[in-house]
Design a protein around this ligand. Structure first.
Ligand SMILES: NC(=O)C1=CN([C@@H]2O[C@H](COP(=O)(O)OP(=O)(O)OC[C@H]3O[C@@H](n4cnc5c(N)ncnc54)[C@H](O)[C@@H]3O)[C@@H](O)[C@H]2O)C=CC1
Ligand SMILES: O=C(O)C(=O)COP(=O)(O)O
Length: 307
């Protein structure tokens, strides 16, 4: 019997579709890693989001597994090399949350340009400071996108009504200029960007990529948007760049550490909280009412193909 373990919160449509393909499905969104480790040998496949890592130990224990289904985009919590060595098929569903991420990045950018967080707090506190909350317009600004995959392209597309110049750099892709973005070198991004938006995966190469040195070279004070992965940005370096005026503001949907109470103990987090120039959200850029269902639909379509 083909058995599928759903080890995270997925829309019920995924279970329904998998059953139609002949799977016996155990939907256990609350299951822990330790519990999964103990029973994973019974399963043909596992579906997960980012609750825990599918690491070498889990893959070794998964003696009957044929596929890993990632209900979302980022595969950094899966040991892809270990999976490949066992011929385990890995599928993901970035088409399900790319609209959500593109819109979230737009929302963060507009909020930062219009000082909305600060202005809202002030008005509630009885402060009517029009001059101190004078905003910036997106029109005629240059938006630099790093990584032109599903998320980068979605953001570029969503920007198309704002009369901005969109330039994009992708280290592993070329020939991708289109009506929404112009392909450029990293040097061009550094020279021209007013806004820098990260849409790359977390890899050994991109971990801590945005550090003091990276931020130093930008010619204009930038807005940094990170809806990719927290570990790509060195937050202490970002805070220093904000203090030096190299970074005008930052919209961070993801953080280097994403769990309370661990976050409260970290010095950079306490500084981040105090900064008026930073806008935070709890890793929800790709998590909307719509994407919740779309991700599962896309994943089920891909599951059908690997039957
Ligand atoms: N905050 C959230 O809720 C969400 C976050 N994400 C994050 O966004 C990331 C990107 O997702 P997708 O666009 O679907 O991935 P993708 O694989 O479609 O595109 C990523 C692009 O980045 C490029 N790239 C890789 N390393 C690079 C480097 N060092 N410099 C420049 N370009 C590089 C690749 O060539 C690729 O074209 C995911 O890995 C995930 O971590 C994705 C969805 C939701
Ligand atoms: O799709 C992604 O890469 C995401 O970051 C979404 O995260 P999640 O699956 O909701 O924990």
């Amino acid at each position: 019997m083909k058995k599928l373990l759903i080890a995270d919160k997925l829309h019920p449509i995924f279970k329904e579709e998998a059953q139609k393909f002949g799977y016996h499905v155990d939907d256990r969104p609350e299951i822990t890693r330790a519990e999964t480790l103990a029973i994973i040998h019974e399963y043909t496949g596992i579906a997960i989001r980012t609750k825990f890592n599918i690491d070498q130990e889990l893959i070794d224990a998964a003696t009957s597994i044929q596929f890993i289904a990632r209900a979302g985009a980022g595969m950094d919590n899966i040991n892809l090399l270990a999976a490949e060595a066992r011929n385990i098929v890995c599928i993901n569903a970035p088409e399900g949350n790319q609209d959500a991420v593109g819109e979230h990045a737009i929302g963060m950018l507009l909020s930062l340009y219009a000082n909305l967080r600060k202005a809202d707090i002030e008005v509630r506190d009885g402060i009517w400071d029009r001059e101190g909350n004078r905003g910036l317009e997106l029109k005629n600004k240059t938006v630099g996108i790093i990584g032109f995959g599903h998320m980068g392209q979605s953001f570029a597309h969503k920007l198309s009504g704002f009369e901005v110049e969109v330039i994009a750099y992708d280290k592993y892709k070329s020939g991708f200029s289109n009506r929404y973005a112009k392909e450029v070198s990293m040097e061009q991004i550094v020279k021209h960007a007013d806004i820098l938006s990260l849409h790359i995966p977390l890899t050994r190469e991109t971990q801590q990529m945005v550090d003091d040195e990276y931020l130093f070279h930008f010619k204009k004070p930038i807005i940094l948007l990170n809806t990719a992965r927290g570990e790509i940005v060195n937050t202490a370096a970002l805070l220093r760049a904000i203090k030096q005026g190299k970074v005008r503001g930052a919209g961070l949907d993801v953080l280097e550490v994403e769990k309370f109470p661990a976050l409260d103990e970290i010095e950079w987090f306490n500084e981040l909280k105090k900064s008026e120039k930073v806008l935070l959200s709890p890793h929800v850029a790709g998590w909307t009412v719509e994407s919740y269902r779309k991700i599962s639909e896309v994943l089920a379509e891909k599951l059908k193909l690997i039957r």
